[in-house]
Design a binder for this molecule. Structure first.
Ligand code: ATP
Length: 355
């Protein structure tokens, strides 16, 4: 097990810079997720940690040791490309033990390591079965067994659930997280799926155009997004932005948007004037006839216990998550109230949160 430190790491391919100076520390035993849209530099960062790509500048430290120029094989890190391919002509025991056999480990030790891995995954009763007859979930566990049997210092996983259908994906998200709780190995996991990231991560780095926009615990990132990009990338539907012109200064506890004076968390440092945006999550909106902040119902999407209601306001379209039994009619004008302690304010020009 090991702490991973990425220090001012950059990677250019010719004139194009894919990673623009990332710095972060993944603590020993942490499940760390790199999240971002396609092309933002997640895989390139992961490959540099693995030793499959050399940084153009910066350092990679593993357990305090500078491994920037160490070969991948010398790093004792397992890079999981494809979780799900098994050798059909081998039984479960042989499949799990295969990486150790390749390393030339003695068969008695292989037997012991395989049995330990199988116990962790609760498939020890299947060890002598053929993999071809196994149910889907058990096949995935065998594949995981093959990854953990080497007991590497850390696991790196690049969209390992990418090809699975939704049902299996949900199962494997839970399985991977539970396995992590049991073995506690440092894990770096790359995905563009925010739900996967939120469900699994101890910490998340949200990347965009080669830059880490925010690094922190899932709840911190969701509740206090550092940028409009992060606010928009997390949540479904994502955060709403009400665009307005105004001025804010430290100490301020409210903003005026048209007729409405809206309470906001006290601003401590940000100061800005001009194009601003008030960020509000759909679940922090309720209907309130007395509110001067008005919206016209555009439509509603029924989701069982809740509904997503789309409203047109003078400051842009807004989506609100309301109880499913709240009757709303298209065209109806309603008052909107916001949970003030959960609002975010952004400088719309820089996209940065004002706090
Ligand atoms: P995806 O999920 O699509 O893989 P990503 O966030 O993992 O996205 P990267 O694969 O790290 O993104 O790629 C970042 C950028 O660097 C992309 O624009 C990609 O085209 C570019 N890139 C990656 N590898 C190379 C390479 N070997 N040569 C040139 N450009 C590259």
């Amino acid at each position: 097990m090991a702490e991973i430190r990425v220090e001012n790491v950059q990677k250019s391919f010719g004139a194009f810079t894919a990673v623009k100076g990332s710095t972060f520390t993944i603590e020993n035993g942490e499940f760390f997720v790199m999240l971002g849209p396609s092309g933002c530099g997640k895989t390139t960062t992961l490959r540099m940690i693995a030793g499959l790509e050399l940084p153009t500048a910066g350092k990679i430290l593993l357990g305090g040791e500078d491994v920037t120029f160490n070969r991948a094989a010398a790093r004792d890190i397992a890079f999981v490309f494809q979780l799900f391919a098994l050798y059909p002509h081998m039984n479960v025991r042989q499949n799990i033990g295969f990486p150790l056999k390749c390393q030339g480990m003695a068969s008695k030790e292989i037997r012991q390591a395989v049995e330990e891995a199988a116990k962790l995954l609760r498939i020890d009763h299947l060890l002598d079965r053929s993999v071809t007859g196994l149910a889907g979930g058990d096949r995935q566990r065998v594949a995981l067994g093959r990854c953990i049997v080497r007991r590497p210092k850390a696991f790196l996983m690049d969209e390992p659930l990418g090809t699975l259908d939704t049902e299996f994906r949900d199962l494997m998200v839970r399985e991977l997280r539970e396995l992590h709780n049991r073995i506690g190995a440092t894990t770096v996991y790359v995905t563009h799926d925010q739900l996967e990231a939120m469900a699994m991560a101890d910490k998340i780095a949200v990347m965009n155009h080669g830059v880490i926009e925010q690094f922190g615990r899932p709840q911190e990132i969701y509740d206090r997004p550092a940028t409009m990009f992060v606010a928009d990338f997390l949540g479904s539907p994502p955060m709403n932005f009400l665009a307005f012109r105004g001025a804010v200064a430290p100490g301020q506890r409210s903003v005026r948007i048209g007729e409405a004076e809206l309470a906001v968390p006290e601003l401590r440092e940000g100061q800005s004037e001009g194009e601003l945006a008030l960020g509000v999550r759909p679940e922090h909106i309720r209907l309130d006839d007395a509110s001067p902040f008005r919206g016209a119902v555009f439509g509603a999407e029924y989701l069982g216990t809740t509904q997503i209601v789309t409203l047109d306001t003078a400051y842009g379209q807004v989506k609100a998550r309301l109880p499913a039994d709240r009757n709303v009619k298209a065209g109806e004008t309603v008052g909107l109230a916001f949970r003030s302690e959960r609002l975010s304010l952004f400088d719309k020009t820089s996209g940065r949160a004002l706090r």
